[in-house]
Design a protein around this ligand. Sequence first.
Ligand SMILES: [Zn+2]
Length: 488
Amino acid sequence: MKLLRIFLVFIASLFIAIPMIAQETPALDLSGAGDSLYPDLGNSGYDVQHYTIRLQTPMNENTITAEAVITALATADLEQFNLDFSRLNIDSLSVNGEAAEFSRSGSELMILPPQPLAEGDTFEVVIAYHGTPSSSVNPSLGAALGWNYASRIVYVVSEPDGAQTWFPANDHPSDKATFTLEITVPEGFVVAANGVLEETVTRDGQTTFRWEMRQPMAAYLATVNIDRYIEFSGESPDGVPIRNYLPARYENFNDRVFGLQGEMLDYFASIFGEYPFDVYGAVVVDQSLGFALETQTISLFDNTIFVGDSENVVAHELAHQWFGDSVSLSDWSDIWLNEGFASYAEWLWLEYSRGVQSRDAAIADAYDFMSGRAFQEFGYSDREIRAELAYFGLTGEPNANDLFNAAVYYRGGLTLHALRLTVGDETFFEIIRAYADQYRYGNATTDDFFAIAEEMSGLNLGKFKQDWLYSLAIPPIPSMGLFPPNLD
Ligand SMILES: [Zn+2]
């Protein structure tokens, strides 16, 4: 996720006080995955292996008719289990081929399998459903998440909890699965989704696109985008296939905006390790959304990507394919592992493409913003600056209502640069590669990352981690001449 108007957000923060919500660790129950920020997201007791979603939409109105086939492994003995699923009407539901009873409460779908499931059993749930998907406005983003329909286009952006608006899901990144997305639209429309487009079949004026996502994917990264797209196919210099989908009227913008994607991909592979997926590319939604999202193998951008210099956004979403998509969060409170890494990757791309001075200038800007020095230069009083710093909160522990706080991006990125300066370049990139490799296609926590960093550097990084991620006061970076301002 990359917020394109983060500066406006921080100005607006002067006028809005968002109350802290008391958090307590919930007891593990079937209706949640144990997330510290979003206890209701996801479910326990099973591990989804694969989703097949067959979905048809007429495109002249916002309705869908769909069937989800979910293959899962029971990780406990289950008399019942839950899925996350919002609002759509269920026509039928079966478990292992037998009709099953179910009930719904909010976005929790509770299912009673006809036969109890034993730990270790693989089981199949088939749910037929239809209706008008209604996207949900998440307070962290103020944007409509999930399945969105707007004047004959469809786009899906779901971080963190929008997946359940269009398919029944274990809607938490700790349960990743492979996906088949089989989407049927009127002939002439093009469907851009995750993975490899395996088959396109047109019959009776309807075209079905079958997309296969063969590496595990978190539900929020699943995307379906429908428009009259032009497809651009190519590959990176080292041979990773790239396909971009642009609305027809932006056909001529592909090279200018996405021309560096291949070179970026190969550069990131050289420092992070092999690109984790079969393909990469971009899809552009013909709307002004104010953010971009790292939907797996096909990053999603809005039409403001065509305005001004968007190289940093393109680099940011690409880097997320390693950090966020391949290595995913175990708990949403560790979001800096996604956003701090992607922000740092923007600076790494600057270092590679324009030199160390450009990188250091960007880092100094971020430091001045996060330390409050930039506010001082804008004439804020010390009291106002303290309020701003408190609003940023703790990088390693964001508020549930403010998941995409500037700190998880900028101070997260600064944390990585400070680590690099502490352990040295060679060890730093060994740490990054080991982290990407060890947790490839899996899930990691902040502690997992620091365990690797300590092992490879031989340093005790407990105080470093505490100071950078879990303290309000930002540490100095003396070797770059970066110090927090003195405040009364
Ligand atoms: Zn991001």
